[in-house]
Each structure stands twice: as C-alpha cells, then as structure tokens.
Design a protein around this ligand. Structure first.
Ligand SMILES: Nc1nc2c(ncn2[C@@H]2O[C@H](COP(=O)(O)OP(=O)(O)OP(=O)(O)O)[C@@H](O)[C@H]2O)c(=O)[nH]1
Length: 235
C-alpha cells in the first residue's frame, strides 16, 4: 500500500493602493474577522493559513504590503520569492483601479511571471461605487487574469480568490514536473505516482533510503529559482 503526504508552501503577495482592503482581506481569510477601523499598513505584514487542494495540504503564506508609494522600497523586497499575487482595487476608489497595471508591473519586475488574480473589493458599497463591474471584467480580459468581486466585510468570494491562486500555482508547477521529467529515466511509470501523476528523474530528485521518502525539486526554469519541494512517503 502506498500513502502520499505532500506539503506545498505558497507565498502570496497582496498588492494595491492604500485602503482598498488588503489587510482586511488577509485577516478575514486567516482569522475570520473583519474590523471597520482603518490602520495603514507600515511596510509589510504576514499571516498564513493551511488549506487542502485535491487532497494535498497547501500552506498559504500571505504577505500584506503597504499601498502607499512611500513604502515601495520596503515592499518590493518582499515580492521576491512570491509565487502568487492578488491585485486588488476598491469599487469606491477610481485611482485604485487605474493603478492596477502599475502594481502588476512592480510585482513582475521583481518576480517575473507568477499566478495572479484581479480583485474588485468593497462590492457591498453599491451606492458609493465609482468603478463598475464591466470595467473590472474588461481590465481582467485585457490582462488575461481571472476576475473576482469581493466583499471582505460580508465575506463574499474571499476564500475563492485564494483557492483559485493555490490551484493555479499547483497546476503550473505540476505541469513543469510533468513536462521536464520522463518516466522512462527512472525505470517506468509505476515507480512514483502522486495525485498529479508527477514523475521524476535522477537530477531533480532524491530517493532517501529511510522510509522511502522522495523529494521532488521542480525545475528552476519555470519557477524562476523558487524552491517548492514535494514530499511523498511510500509505505
Ligand atoms: N464596506 C467595506 N469596507 C471594507 C471592505 N474591506 C475593507 N474595508 C474597510 O476599508 C478600510 C481599509 O481597509 P484595509 O484592509 O486597512 O486596507 P489596506 O488596503 O490594507 O490599506 P493599506 O494598509 O493602507 O495599504 C478599513 O476601514 C476596512 O474596514 C469591504 O469589503 N467592504
């Protein structure tokens, strides 16, 4: 019998103008709370939550970055190593919508390509809305990103945003492993299986003698050097 234990950690950065609801979104997702008070983030903050995707444990490390430009130098350093990103704007703040492309660029300049999603927050504030749903949809189409409309206050779609990013990231990384690793090199496809049908070759993996643990090191080419090790235990 063979049992698999996989742990993946994903660094997610949440970016966007000040007061769009980045801290609130992370707090809602990780702690299940919402507060009306606005406390400007100074620099960066960090929370994490563990979820399960396709029977796989995934640890999401959520980095909350300040929206004000004065903190750009600090926050940029924290983008490095990110594997996923939330680009957030607020329904009630046109400037935050107009700034999305520049946030995207700031992150990509540091990290390269990564799993991204566009989020329109504060959809509960219908009367104060200055950005329409269609505009968000249009921008998402243009940027080729999935679009979510959230209300952190009413807890609408917040879980979905992070679940999508985790799934997208896992899909990408598993494609890398599948693309680059030929089963023949390790003596046939039955040697190693995961929920993703990933296999490995001698270069990117080690089979440790004790307990039959295999550690997969996905290619650095598509992951831009980020470390994401899959651990599977064969029983
Ligand atoms: N009505 C409503 N208010 C929200 C929502 N999300 C956040 N807020 C409020 O918006 C304000 C700003 O939220 P924050 O989460 O602090 O914003 P931020 O993007 O982290 O701001 P910076 O730290 O300055 O970058 C707070 O008063 C929140 O309570 C929402 O979905 N609906």
């Amino acid at each position: 019998m063979r049992e698999e234990e996989i742990e993946t950690a994903i660094k997610v950065v949440v970016v966007g103008n000040g007061a769009v609801g980045k801290s609130s979104m992370i707090q809602r997702y990780c702690k299940g709370i919402f507060t009306k008070d606005y406390k400007k983030t100074i620099g960066v903050d960090f929370l994490e939550r563990q979820i399960e995707i396709n029977c796989e444990d995934v640890r999401l490390m959520l980095w909350d970055t300040a929206g004000q430009e004065e903190f750009d130098a600090i926050t940029k350093a924290y983008y490095r190593g990110a594997q996923a990103c939330v680009l957030a704007f607020s329904s009630t703040d046109r400037d935050s919508f107009d700034a999305i492309q520049s946030w995207k660029k700031k992150v990509e300049d540091e990290v390269g390509e990564l799993a991204m999603v566009l989020v329109q927050n504060k959809i509960d504030l219908e009367d104060e809305a200055v950005v329409q749903q269609e505009e968000g949809e249009e921008l998402a189409k243009q940027l080729k990103l999935r679009f979510y409309r959230t209300s952190v206050k009413d807890n609408v779609n917040v879980d979905e945003v992070f679940k999508y990013l985790a799934e997208k990231y896992l899909q990408e990384i598993n494609t890398v492993v599948e693309e680059e690793i030929s089963p023949q090199k390790i003596g046939g496809p039955s040697f190693f299986t995961t929920q993703t049908n990933s296999t490995t070759n001698g270069k990117n993996s080690e089979k440790e003698k004790d307990g039959g643990t295999i550690t997969l090191h996905p290619s650095k080419r598509r992951t831009q050097g980020k470390k994401n090790n899959f651990k599977c235990t064969l029983l």
